[in-house]
Design a protein around this ligand. Sequence first.
Ligand code: SF4
Length: 159
Amino acid sequence: MLGNFQRVWQDRNDNVEDETEEKITQIRNLFRDAGFAVNTNYLLHGVSNSCYGDKLNHLLINYNGDVYGCTARDFNKENRIGFLDSCGEVHYDYKKLEKRNNSKLAKAVCKKCRIAPLCGGGCKQRAMEGLDTEGCTYHYSEEKMDQFILDIFEHSFMR
Ligand code: SF4
């Protein structure tokens, strides 16, 4: 039997690991010791199976015609990437759209990262939000990266 813990994204406001993730690791180890296959809170698959919000032609239209690229952020003017007019035509804010579409793997640290083929620099939304920082957008340590690789190896070949 395979379990996969998923975090409720709304309960965290930054990318730093917290007490919940430490506890989840302990719980996960208890399940594994009992013979269950339990992945980490998620398997990295930002490249092979990216979020629907990463797809080039994805858009979300709100009730009022506002257009968004991500369903996991507030539907406000700041996050809006365009609007739908009364004729059914979408008018994009191309500056925002371009920034969004060019954000994945745009950082120097991502271009040299050993797990970039797994992570892809994060989803467009997270990658865009992390553009102003130099380090890993997710603050992954070397140990964490090792763990991702081992998890995927285990998930792919050991079960
Ligand atoms: S540096 Fe961080 S965000 Fe960039 S590819 Fe590596 S793990 Fe992903």
